[in-house]
Design a protein around this ligand. Structure first.
Ligand SMILES: [Zn+2]
Length: 378
């Protein structure tokens, strides 16, 4: 690929580390254009959204009348899902079952947050324990595959375990903390590739050492088609229908539950901290904070100037990074040197392995067309 001249958007903080970014004559990027043209006009965190939410909530309550739970919410301990849980129970009066997945990496602060919120709201928590040997094998396979997106094995297992559990237990409504407020700029596919089961299986076939027998898996077609149209599962994103501001949510959660924030949006585990702050940045030059800060800039929660200042700081402390490197290597059964050698290996992309990317792009285009997805995927 031809090397582009470095450029950063004049309106948000996305830059040419997204190799497909397009700038107009004013230097404004296509993430911004997508926000102003497609997201903002269709996003109603006001009376319109509230009326839509009320209709959905009445339906959830009616459908769940004689059931122990009327919906399910996956809780990571992070701000979006924690706030969603509080809002669903206390403001909307729903009766959610709280679902958590333990992939073997969770930070103490995340576990404490989960416990504080669940206890504070007096809700039931179901925790699915993912088989560590399989998780480890899949994660090692991903590292050996030299792709950027090392959170895929965990993310997939968490996502699949929640949806498989909901389908199996006939819980029709899955409430998610997905929201434009903190996520309207999606990371490009080259940074964080889609949830593609074909690729997971291909990478594991090439680099894995043991069969994946129990780890929860769920392909896009099972999720987008079978679960929705055959099982009648409904995915609801309440945070898009209400005014949702990250700092206000953090303050409220702290005050009500003693909830503590993490250093960065997704630093809910040592693994995520290491992968986002070190592997992705050092090996590939991708800084996920750019997409997150850009979302906050576009939604008026952070100034561009402050975002640039924060980006000038390293994502996390170098000494802690090296300590985390040793910890991650050891936990995956590698020596520090073996891990460093792997980091120095040839970088690969999602195009180097089998994928359903063309098919999934079509499914996402269709989702955008019918209005279910408004963020830009590429
Ligand atoms: Zn921009």
């Amino acid at each position: 690929m031809e090397k582009r001249k470095y450029q950063v958007c004049t309106n948000c903080v996305m830059d040419t580390t997204d190799s497909l970014i397009q700038f107009d004559e004013k230097g404004v990027c296509d993430h911004c254009r997508n926000f102003y043209n497609n997201i903002k006009p269709n996003w109603h965190p006001d009376e319109i959204g509230k009326a839509q939410l009320d209709t959905i909530v009445n339906k959830i309550k009616k459908d769940g009348q004689n059931k122990k739970y009327d919906c399910i919410i996956g809780l990571s301990g992070g701000v979006d899902s924690s706030y969603l849980l509080y809002y669903a129970k206390e403001v909307l009066g729903l009766r959610p079952l709280v679902f958590a997945a333990d992939t073997g990496w969770t930070l103490n602060v995340a576990i404490e947050n989960i416990e504080k919120i669940v206890k504070g709201l007096n809700l039931d928590l179901f925790t699915e324990i993912i088989d560590w040997n399989e998780m480890k094998d899949l994660q090692l396979a991903y590292f050996k595959a030299q792709v950027p997106y090392q959170d895929t094995p965990q993310d997939h297992a968490i996502f699949a375990s929640l949806y498989n559990y909901a389908a199996k237990n006939k819980i029709k409504y899955v409430l998610t903390g997905a929201n434009y407020s903190t996520e309207c700029v999606r990371e490009p596919n080259e940074w964080v590739y889609l949830n593609d089961l074909r690729q997971i299986k291909d990478i594991h076939r090439k680099f894995g050492t043991r069969p994946l027998k129990t780890i929860p898996l769920c392909g896009m077609f099972k999720y987008r088609l079978f679960y929705r149209y055959v099982k009648g599962m409904k995915i609801v994103q309440p945070l898009n229908l209400i005014p949702y501001k990250k700092e206000e949510a953090i303050a409220l959660l702290g005050e009500k539950f003693g909830w503590e924030k993490y250093a960065n949006k997704h630093f809910e585990s040592v693994f995520t901290r290491f992968y986002e702050g070190y592997w992705l940045v050092k090996k590939f030059g991708y800084d996920k904070r750019r997409a997150h800060f850009s979302s906050l800039v576009l939604t008026g929660q952070l100034t561009r100037e402050d975002a640039l200042k924060k980006l000038a700081e390293p994502p996390y402390d170098e000494a802690l990074a090296l300590q985390d490197l040793e910890y991650v290597a050891k936990k995956l059964g590698l020596t520090k040197q073996e891990f460093i050698d792997m980091m120095n290996g040839e970088n690969k992309t999602y195009r180097d392995y089998k994928s359903n990317s063309w098919m999934m792009e079509k499914v996402i285009k269709l989702a955008i067309l019918v209005g279910f997805e408004k963020r830009q995927f590429r």
